[in-house]
Design a protein around this ligand. Structure first.
Ligand code: DX5
Ligand code: ZN
Length: 254
């Protein structure tokens, strides 16, 4: 498999409406399990391995890695070398959220560094379909992200080819911001579209997910819950992750 360049095509699986009905029970179970994705943006970067281990003991099942370039968002974080170090520190999947202007240029390096999931912003990708193909071509699970001001419907054409859709519930760039309430309507709309289309992508939410908002986001349809400040901000990532996940599971009826 070439490290760079674009694949000629991305094979899509088309389910007949009969198959969708037959598997609907299995799919419904799959999409209702909530998972906690600790975001290392709010972790102590000098002790990243320990912080990730603590969040994992607290129930985190995927590590969310925010990659910012100072252009698409007004902040700079980290890149493939840190992903490579994280890869050695945990066996959990690494979910890379790319908040950068030119994601195509970094996809091969991220895959090489050991990233498992990579999501790109609709707002940053003029050729979104091609970029999602490229992510899959490099063996990562493709995801697409929309900012608070972007409507869910713009994603219709690419929904069949993504592993997850990330709804930003704050404007990207910083941890510890306040949850934007109209994100709940967008989560519900996305869940409705998924049912209507018979698709199985996962619904992820990112920004301001904490004790006061987690029940609402879960009830609106989110199942991949990114949390930075609520896990790492208080200095007790294991306990805080455990408590947040317990609240999420209770809201999900799990
Ligand atoms: C913000 C990032 C988030 C951030 C969320 O742009 O995408 O992943 O870590 O932080 P909290 O959970 O603190 O709002
Ligand atoms: Zn993020």
């Amino acid at each position: 498999m070439p490290r760079r360049g674009f694949p000629p095509a991305y094979p899509l699986i088309h389910l007949s409406s009969q198959s969708r009905t037959r598997f609907s029970y299995v799919l419904a179970r799959e999409v209702t399990m909530v998972e906690l994705l600790p975001s290392i943006l709010s972790a102590d970067f000098a002790h990243l391995a320990d912080q990730v281990a603590a969040a994992e003991r607290g129930g985190g099942t995927v590590i969310h890695v925010d990659i910012m370039d100072g252009h698409f968002v007004p902040n700079i974080t980290l890149g493939p070398p840190v992903v490579k170090s994280l890869r050695k520190a945990t066996s959990l999947p690494l979910d890379c959220h790319l908040m950068i202007e030119n994601p195509n240029d970094f996809i091969a390096d991220l895959a090489e560094a050991g990233a498992n999931w990579a999501s790109v912003h609709y707002e940053a990708c003029p050729h979104l379909h091609r970029t999602l193909q490229l992510i899959a071509h490099h063996g990562m699970k493709p995801g697409v992200v929309i900012n608070p001001a972007t409507r869910v419907e713009v994603l219709l054409e690419v929904l069949p080819m993504v592993h997850h859709v990330l709804i930003m519930s704050v404007n990207p760039g910083f941890g510890g911001q306040e949850f934007i309430p109209f994100s709940l309507k967008k989560l519900s709309r996305l869940a409705e579209l998924r049912r209507e289309l018979g698709l199985t992508f996962k619904i992820e939410v990112d920004g301001g997910v904490a004790h006061d908002t987690v029940a609402q986001v879960v009830q609106a349809g989110a199942e991949l819950l990114v949390a930075g400040n609520a896990v790492f901000g208080g200095g007790h990532p294991e306990q805080d992750a455990r408590a947040l996940l317990a609240a999420a599971r209770e809201a999900a009826g799990e």
